[in-house]
Design a protein around this ligand. Sequence first.
Ligand code: PLP
Length: 273
Amino acid sequence: MKIWLDGALRDSESARVSVFDHGLTVGDGIFETVKAVDGRPFALTRHLDRLTRSARGLGLPDPDLDEVRRACAAVLEANPVPLGRLRLTYTGGHGPLGSDRGDQGPTLVVALGGTTRRPDTTAVVTVPWTRNERGALTGLKTTSYAENVVALARAHEHGATEALFGNTVGQLCEGTGSNVFVVLDGEIHTPPLASGCLAGITRHLVVEWTGAKETDLPLDVLREADEIFLTSTLRDVQAVHRVDDRELSAAPGPVTAKAMRIFDERSAADIDP
Ligand code: PLP
């Protein structure tokens, strides 16, 4: 596979990043996952805005967005697939061991992964660990994902594909790699960004396109919601058919099915909404 590393397209087998790259040693890095349909990245402008916000939040230099766009185009051209996910990784770069930042400039990698569409429904579990709605990294899409790896392993132990977190004050927050929506009395609600969730791009578009409300919700809402769904670049809109031991009889329910339809139609009509 051809990937982009530091200014050029290279063979993934021969491309090398320093073993002292701070993305590896201290998780000092950020990333984006971008859906690509027929070789065209979806919502790229929004992803690049978030990449820049995450870089600023971590104190990394602003990424060169012209280079990132060129890299995405080059990787997609070199690896043609009908549906793919671009993975953009941008790290603190090579530097001394320890938490000080190196001075040799950041590392940019763009690669292509995941060519399958996710199923329309899934099972989720809640986990006892919390998202910190006031942490230094809250809202930034960093490569420090070990907490999500642990939570996702818990989900897999229970035959689920996603784990949902509450925050430190017991409100519903988000999944390891998704935002969460609930349907109550026919209305769609999702936790506000102040809950500590990532400003998901799919979440934003679903709120805009369906009129979903941003509402503080207790984690317990998952026990009574009429319908539950997840959003992410990898899932688009995905209905939840089981949360912990609770089966949701008809998933996707009617409101979720409509949200799925709206998302599919609007995203097919506009590649950079
Ligand atoms: N929340 C977290 C923690 C994520 O990692 C992601 C995506 O990777 C999302 C939410 C969904 O964001 P998006 O819709 O931009 O993919």
